[in-house]
Design a protein around this ligand. Structure first.
Ligand code: HEC
Length: 107
């Protein structure tokens, strides 16, 4: 094995390790941020203020929310009883992580 292929192997291993860590962080932060900003009114994806609007997949779908963009739109422009989350409070990237966590977690 020459030094070039050793370099390539080391590089590939390092890169995939970093990538995996970033993924794990992304998932973790979605959950953590949900707990921090949303769980007070939406514990386990429920809705303590308006029981007709939980965060379960089927219920969201009934209201036309089928992807992360739809959930982020609600955070930016919420309905009655929900507080507004602007860019300062939750930047787009974080908002998307929360939204994907919601879609994947509450069935
Ligand atoms: C102060 C309580 C409160 C907090 C905090 C809160 N929500 Fe809500 N949420 C509500 C209420 C009340 C509604 C119903 C509003 C309406 O009638 O349209 C709602 C509705 C929603 C909906 C739309 C559900 C539907 O079927 O139309 C989504 C999505 C949602 N919230 C996501 C979130 C996310 C994500 C967070 C955290 C970033 C969050 N909410 C934080 C109270 C809250």
């Amino acid at each position: 094995m020459n030094s070039r292929s050793i370099f390539l192997i080391v590089f590939t291993l390092l890169f995939s390790a970093l990538h995996a860590e970033a993924d794990a962080k992304g998932r973790l932060s979605g959950e953590k941020e949900f707990e921090k900003h949303c769980a007070s009114c939406h514990p386990d994806g429920a809705n303590t203020i308006n029981q007709n609007k939980p965060l379960k997949k089927e219920s969201l779908k009934k209201n036309g929310i089928t992807n992360w963009q739809g959930i982020v739109a609600v955070m930016r422009q919420p309905g009655p009883g929900m507080i507004k989350f602007d860019q300062q409070t939750i930047p787009d990237k974080e908002a998307r992580a929360i939204a994907e966590y919601v879609l994947k977690t509450f069935k």
